[in-house]
Design a binder for this molecule. Structure first.
Ligand code: F6P
Length: 364
């Protein structure tokens, strides 16, 4: 077992369905192989604040279908850039020495880090200090580099599609333009996939800056052709041609402080003003991160966890499990740090949507 006797597991960043499935898929084989498994609470925060506890077989049993994470998570604690509240303001510290001290004290030979780009960037910073890590790619946003899919995304797409389907019927009854804002940060995967899955009439993603006049015109055209309602799926990171983002608020003590939001309301107001149509906007929000993982995510998360432990057995540390063209492999964690994967403009799903008349908010 490449000298490994004791392993730690942490779940970092925003939670998503499937985290527990990975914990189970790493911990059970590790325990079966005679290793001791420790759970680190609330992501890197647990390493900083010394909240690390042994996990038993019963802790990791019966959790496959449970949403969230039994270990807790945190999207604010990067050890190299950690905020502490002092004298009425946030002050940043590099607390990696303390983290390494805690890891050594518990004798953790390797840490399985289950997370997205922020968590992998944090892992890359700790690898520099000699910590051994193995990464598993999570996020509803599907924006992690080097992998075509992250677990959690399929469940979020399912939730968002279901919400869009429900809005469809009420939009049709009331002859309204209904705009739903979806998560996904600076990548449009979640909006594109759920928009196409539910037949949204307009899909607005960060990768394709929209023209509000083109959006309004599409609604008018539909109206004059007898379709008296329009469904618009918009990603929270969508922008107009000037590239300015819609920012909801700033989380000062977060390494990634910007929280996006507000684009759906803007579109609703403008379309009403330009086209004189009845509009309603809504923000689907954190419901996209909740609930039980879909069967597809349960399988993906389990396979990712299994492969992560196989890497450990082979002594292949500091790698991230990835999936491309349906095959699981791995890449160095450092190669994905501080990067995101956006939707390519020539992606077949965009072409498919355009072919059935979906507007991306631009004059063609
Ligand atoms: O990265 C996952 C995500 O849900 C994004 O889609 C969203 O922008 C962000 O996290 C929200 O973060 P928070 O939970 O801090 O509001």
């Amino acid at each position: 077992m490449s000298g490994v006797k004791r392993v730690g597991i942490l779940t970092g960043g925003g939670d998503c369905p499937g985290l527990n499935a990975v914990i189970r898929a790493v911990a059970k084989p590790a325990m079966n192989a005679g290793l001791e498994v420790y759970g680190i609470e609330d992501g890197y925060l647990g390493l900083i604040e010394d909240r690390i506890r042994p996990l038993s077989y019963s802790d990791v049993s019966g959790i496959l279908t449970v949403g969230g994470t039994i270990l807790g998570s945190c999207n604010k604690a990067n050890p190299a850039d950690f905020s502490v509240w002092e004298d009425g303001k946030w002050v940043k510290y590099d607390v990696r020495d303390k983290v390494v001290e805690n890891i050594d004290r518990y004798g953790l030979d390797v840490i399985f880090v289950i997370g997205g780009d922020g968590t992998m960037s944090g892992a890359a910073d700790l690898i520099d200090r000699g910590v051994r890590m193995i990464g598993v790619p999570k996020t509803i946003d599907n924006d992690l580099c080097s992998t075509e899919i992250t677990f959690g995304h399929n469940t979020a797409v399912t939730t968002a599609s279901d919400a869009l389907d429900k809005v469809h019927t009420t939009a049709s009854s009331h002859h309204r333009v209904m705009i739903m804002e979806l998560m996904g940060r600076y990548a449009g995967w979640l909006t594109l996939n759920s928009g196409v899955a539910s037949g949204a009439d307009v899909i607005l993603i960060p990768e394709i800056p929209f023209d509000i006049n083109a959006v309004a015109e599409h609604c008018i055209t539909r109206s004059t052709h007898g379709k008296r309602f329009t469904i618009i799926a918009v990603g929270e990171g969508a922008t107009q041609a000037d590239g300015q983002k819609f920012i909801d608020h700033i989380v000062e003590n977060s390494p990634d402080p910007v929280r996006l939001g507000g684009v759906a309301k803007y579109i609703a107001d403008k379309v009403e003003e330009i086209a004189g149509l009845d509009t309603r906007s809504m923000v689907l929000g954190h419901v996209q991160r909740g609930g039980s993982p879909t069967p597809r995510d349960r399988i993906l998360a389990s396979c990712f966890g299994y492969h992560a432990f196989e890497l450990c057995k082979a002594g292949r540390f500091n790698e991230l499990v990835v999936m491309n063209r349906n095959e699981i492999s791995s890449v160095p964690i450092k190669s994905v740090a501080n990067k995101i994967r956006t939707v390519p403009l020539d992606h077949p799903i965009i072409q498919t949507a355009k072919a059935v008349g979906t507007s991306f908010g631009v004059f063609e």
